[in-house]
Design a protein around this ligand. Structure first.
Ligand SMILES: Nc1ncnc2c1ncn2[C@@H]1O[C@H](COP(=O)(O)OP(=O)(O)OP(=O)(O)O)[C@@H](O)[C@H]1O
Ligand SMILES: O=C(O)c1ccc[n+]([C@@H]2O[C@H](COP(=O)([O-])O)[C@@H](O)[C@H]2O)c1
Length: 189
């Protein structure tokens, strides 16, 4: 049985905060791989306007290049409607009954867990691994295993703003992702 981390996100764009947390959780929880799940329609960002799935998947692949234990799993992109984690976990458990899945979330999502679809069943299906994030609390009534990772106060929102204002983004995201953004004129570049 392989221990797999599932890391869901919008990844618009992926940044080093995502990579550091995945890497720290992999080490702390002795995971063999982390599968990054770009969502199709983020359940709590509906109507917010985000970059198309194809660009987000391409940016994710660029971010994960060179790490054989990290891969993009576009399972949510194949489904219509909001990407509820409950549906994703059910499908993955059917497809890979031999794996033990751990779902990685940042502290903003720990706070939001009470609002997740079918959360009381979901916590029985998958182990939640929570990572600290500046400005958010990690206390919760749900069974979340906490992993302490170096705090990085970077968000995709901050990066989208920096790109649109033509400000410096060096070292905040992988160089391949930055190149992709500039080549495809994303975020007003
Ligand atoms: N700097 C960070 N520290 C800890 N957790 C993070 C960090 N950035 C993102 N996460 C977590 O990564 C997951 C995916 O996040 P997402 O792709 O929405 O990135 P984001 O930076 O929060 O994006 P946005 O600013 O657009 O809301 C979520 O569980 C989120 O809590
Ligand atoms: O299933 C839900 O109800 C639910 C509600 C909010 C967020 N999520 C998942 O949490 C992950 C992080 O979400 P986001 O929007 O911060 O990228 C992503 O995989 C989402 O699909 C899931």
């Amino acid at each position: 049985m392989a221990r797999i981390g599932l890391f869901g996100g919008t990844f618009d764009p992926p940044h080093i905060g995502h990579l550091i947390m995945a890497s720290e959780v992999k080490d702390a929880m002795q995971l063999s791989e982390v599968w990054f799940l770009p969502n199709s329609i983020p359940p709590h960002k509906q109507g917010a306007g985000f970059t198309g799935s194809e660009h987000r998947l391409n940016m994710l692949n660029a971010a994960l290049e060179g790490n054989a234990a990290f891969k993009a799993e576009p399972i949510e992109l194949a489904r219509e409607g909001p990407s509820y984690t409950y549906d994703t976990v059910r499908l993955l458990k059917e497809k890979y009954p031999q794996h033990e899945f751990h779902f990685i979330i940042g502290a903003d999502m720990i706070e939001y867990l009470p609002k997740w679809r079918d959360i009381d069943s979901l916590v029985k299906q998958v182990k939640f691994i929570g990572v600290n994030r500046p400005g958010y609390r990690t206390e919760t009534k749900y069974p979340v295993i906490l992993v302490d990772a170096p705090l990085v106060d970077i968000s995709s929102t901050m990066l989208r703003r920096k790109f649109s204002e033509k400000r410096n983004t060096d070292y905040l995201l992988p160089i391949g992702v930055k190149k992709y953004i500039e080549e495809n004129s994303l975020y007003g570049t």
